[in-house]
Design a protein around this ligand. Structure first.
Ligand code: ZN
Ligand code: ZN
Length: 210
């Protein structure tokens, strides 16, 4: 097996299997995210493992991958770096669960895996890499070196994806009877005679200010 040296931001040299791919992704992740952090390493590892386990080896050129991320923090950007999945392409779905977890769906085969970063990995970073001076360095090293099995829990899942959630042209477009704004892809709410957008139906995240 070929092994490539990587200078980790902790300034230690690591030699790892899959090194070339991981180190390439990390360089890209730093550029995409704006800084290097434990979340980038964990997110890259999570996405690589998730894609592999549903039979997708080259996520960026795949047209059969949809990812659901459950957190809007650092690791979400790393998942984007590895997979190329984006909100604007409808291939990245955000489910606001506040969990460091993501589900990877192969739309061709229906195979899906939910990958969860286990809480114990923080503890492992502290106990196994306690010789490194800062928590960040400990986590970076642990998330780079520990095997997938120690960092993640994998669950086979089934994802029911509505056809109105798929990439491609919008299936429908209606106008809200209250505000007049257009609503795509069956996101409208029908109340009696009225067709409303979600905002006008009482689910606005904003308040109009005069
Ligand atoms: Zn970050
Ligand atoms: Zn409306």
């Amino acid at each position: 097996m070929l092994r490539y040296p990587l200078v980790c931001p902790t300034q230690h040299f690591f030699f790892l299997p899959d090194m070339r791919t991981l180190s390439e992704y990390l360089i890209e992740a730093e550029r995409n995210h704006g800084h290097m952090c434990p979340g980038q390493v964990l997110g890259v590892r999570m996405a690589m493992a998730g894609c592999r386990s549903i039979g997708i080896d080259e996520p960026k050129s795949s047209r059969r991958l949809i990812v659901f991320v459950e957190i809007d923090r650092c690791a979400a950007d790393a998942v984007n770096t590895v997979t190329g999945c984006r909100l604007g392409k409808r291939t990245l779905k955000f489910r606001d669960f506040g969990k460091l977890a993501a589900t990877f769906l192969n739309t061709e085969t229906g195979a899906a895996v939910r990958v969860v970063a286990v809480d114990e990995s923080r503890e492992l970073a502290r106990t196994r890499y306690g010789h490194l001076p800062t928590k960040k360095e400990q986590q970076m090293a642990a998330y780079t070196e520990l095997p997938d099995e120690e960092l993640f829990r994998f669950e086979r899942v089934r994802v029911l994806l509505d056809d109105a959630d798929l990439p491609g042209h919008p299936l429908t477009r209606v106008r809200c009877d209250a505000c007049g704004e257009g609503v795509n892809d069956r996101r409208e709410v029908v109340e009696g005679e009225k067709t409303l957008c979600r905002g006008c139906a009482g689910n606005a995240y904003y308040e109009r200010v005069d």
